[in-house]
Design a binder for this molecule. Structure first.
Ligand SMILES: [Zn+2]
Ligand SMILES: [Zn+2]
Length: 255
């Protein structure tokens, strides 16, 4: 999946006032909502998304006195991703002292009106996360603004999705050979874990040439294969199939 990016020029961003703090990597991404009213009408009209992002930038620059919009990227209901500060640049939306640890991605839902994120908003958030990983060295964490900061953000429904592990909507039942979405549960051992997600991962690893049984049980052998695979792909060697490790099993070339 390639990202459907709305560049700063395309959405008519104002020029930043000053220069950005630089970031070469982060632990991951924090997810945000607007905290205010979002008209459900934006779902039928992308021009309203554009107007909303522009007004957020104005509010951040004129109201908060920031040098630019505080978010790294903004995800809208049309599965489009607005370029905010973008990768490699320090965001401002996470709270003082918390911006170098995580990029900041806004989903266009609020505390009234459009409260529940649509599937396309969730897809767009994950498209933004992947983009920030590829271009900005974002780590594997996906957290909410309220993790480590006193706020309601990103609101109940969006935060519940974050807590589930931020799964792709519709996953993991995708056709043979297609990348299978991270199911949201991190596979670890001990104790022994079992389930369809284990079986799907084992089948994929077997397809890649690893010698392990597809028995749906994540035990010692699965953990060893996971560690060896993480070593090969230069991922943190944890023996736990987290999102980054899961996705690498489909994305990374077999060597
Ligand atoms: Zn927030
Ligand atoms: Zn839109």
């Amino acid at each position: 999946m390639t990202i459907d990016l709305v560049t700063r020029r395309e959405w008519g961003a104002k020029e930043p006032r000053g220069s950005y703090g630089r970031l070469t990597s982060t632990r991951g991404v924090k997810v945000h909502y607007t905290g205010g009213q979002v008209s459900p009408d934006i779902v039928g009209d992308h021009a309203r998304c554009v107007a909303m992002v522009k007004s957020i930038q104005t509010h951040h620059m004129s109201g908060n006195g920031w040098m630019d919009i505080g978010y790294s990227m903004v995800a809208c209901p049309h599965r489009k991703v607005f370029e905010g500060r973008g990768p490699g640049r320090l965001p401002a939306a996470n709270g003082a002292g918390l911006n170098s640890g995580h990029y900041a991605v806004l989903g266009l839902v609020g505390s009234s009106g459009l409260i529940e994120p649509t599937d396309d908003i969730l897809h767009a958030i994950l498209d933004a996360v992947e983009y920030l990983r590829d271009r900005g060295g974002a780590g594997s964490e996906i957290k909410g603004h309220r993790d480590g900061y006193s706020t309601d953000c990103p609101g109940g429904p969006l935060y519940a999705w974050v807590r589930k592990g931020a799964p792709r909507p519709g996953g993991p039942a995708t056709p043979e050979g297609q990348p299978t979405a991270f199911p949201g549960r991190i596979l670890t051992y001990p104790p022994l874990m079992k389930g369809d997600d284990v079986r799907i991962w084992q089948r994929q690893m077997r397809k890649r040439g690893w010698n392990l049984d597809v028995d749906g049980l994540y035990g010692e052998r699965s953990r060893q294969v996971c560690r060896d695979f993480q070593k090969e792909k230069r991922l943190p060697v944890t023996g736990a199939v987290d999102r980054a490790t899961w996705e690498a099993a489909w994305r990374e070339p077999v060597v």
